[in-house]
Design a protein around this ligand. Structure first.
Ligand code: KG4
Ligand code: ZN
Length: 347
């Protein structure tokens, strides 16, 4: 199928055209991140207003780049939630209008199902049969600025949530840590950069939830440890200390994510593939740790950085998988919802 995807759950206006849930013809994103860099976070009213301004130019650019006529589309997929309601409504209203105008079926997609689908976009080496019949069960760590979840899926759209964060999200822990270290937002890339010349074993951080048998996550303790560590620094500490701290903090965050992944792998030996998705999946240190720890299972993360963070290609891919696995039910009416339970991402 040829699907137009629309994603506007937060401060990015994104439109994409994807064939067969994998082949990306175009993926255009207009980000308002710079606008909110100095405001201490996204201002929902402002984000929604920007979505209105960006939507049509992004849509036009996307169709032009894909070199398709809207008549060729099989369906339109749009993020129905969760997210900022004003922003979401710009996307769903646009999608409903286009669906009526172009007489195309509409698919409402849970934002998280989009992230879970992002590992199949523009595959580098898979044969078409692997892509269309991927070896499930797949264990996926979905980690971004808003969530940190571990999923065990038995198909693209079916499975269960094994664990979630009890406090901050992993990306949030990178962002808040970077703020404490005086590094710019977003914290993930800036901590990773500072860590390049640091020693990841220079400072020891506790391993969160070490004795907890659940597969949940917790990052607030690491953030507090970082605060105490920085408080106790003296004027005699060398300037390179900050690089060692960044590297050690990054290592601690990744060690916690890895600890939960490995526990899940041991409990579920049937797992065939392990995937990383969401903004934090861009982290090289995490990718290396996963590659070193896991043997005999396929490891995947999105093939491009833009597929790690919010984009519309992943929404179009999820739309394709919903139709493939649920037929006409994928086209059922849906509401635009700010708080869509996580468990509803998969059936
Ligand atoms: O998925 P995303 O673009 O947006 C949502 O939060 O939904 O993820 C953004 C998050 C930020 O917290 C950012 O610090 C983190 O992903 N991030 C990273 C890296 N790049 C982005 N975290 C660790 N390492 C990175 N290289
Ligand atoms: Zn997201």
């Amino acid at each position: 199928m040829l699907i137009l995807g629309i994603e506007t759950s937060c401060d990015e206006t994104a439109v994409a055209v994807v064939r067969d849930g994998t082949h990306v013809l175009s993926c255009v994103i207009s980000s308002q991140r710079a606008r909110f860099e100095n405001t201490g976070g996204v201002i929902p009213e402002d984000a929604a207003r920007q979505q209105v301004l960006c939507m049509l130019p992004v849509l036009h650019a996307c169709l032009k780049e894909a070199k398709i006529d809207p008549r060729e589309l099989d369906a339109i997929a749009v993020t129905k939630g969760p997210g900022l309601l004003g922003s979401l409504l710009v996307g769903t209203t646009t999608a409903r209008t286009l669906a009526t105008l172009w007489k195309k079926p509409l698919i409402g997609v849970h934002h998280t199902l989009g992230h879970l689908s992002s590992t199949w976009l523009d595959p580098i080496q898979d044969s078409p049969s692997t892509i269309h019949h991927p070896p499930f069960p797949v264990l996926t760590l979905s980690a971004s600025g808003g969530h940190t979840d571990l999923w065990l899926r038995t198909s693209h759209t079916k499975g269960k949530l094994l664990g979630s964060t009890r406090d901050d999200a992993a990306g949030e822990a990178f962002d808040k840590g970077a703020a404490q270290l005086g590094l710019p937002y977003p914290g993930g890339p800036s901590i990773a950069k500072a860590a390049e010349t640091g020693d990841p074993h220079a400072y020891k951080f506790p391993l969160p939830l070490h004795d907890d048998p659940s597969l949940d996550f917790s990052f607030s303790g690491l953030k507090t440890s970082l605060r105490y560590l920085l408080r106790d620094l003296t004027a005699h500490d060398s300037p390179s200390t900050i690089h060692d701290i960044a590297a050690s903090y990054q290592h601690a965050l990744c060690a916690h994510l890895m600890d939960r992944i490995m526990r899940a792998v041991h409990r579920h030996p049937e797992i065939k593939e392990i995937h990383l998705v969401g903004g934090v999946s861009a982290n090289t240190s995490l990718r290396e740790m996963l590659q070193k720890s896991v043997h005999g299972k396929t490891i995947r993360w999105p093939t491009k950085l833009i597929y790690c963070t919010d984009n519309a290609a992943m929404i179009a891919a999820a739309g394709e998988f919903l139709v493939r696995e649920h037929g006409g039910r994928a086209y059922e009416q849906f509401e635009t919802t700010a708080s869509l339970p996580l468990a509803m991402a998969v059936s």
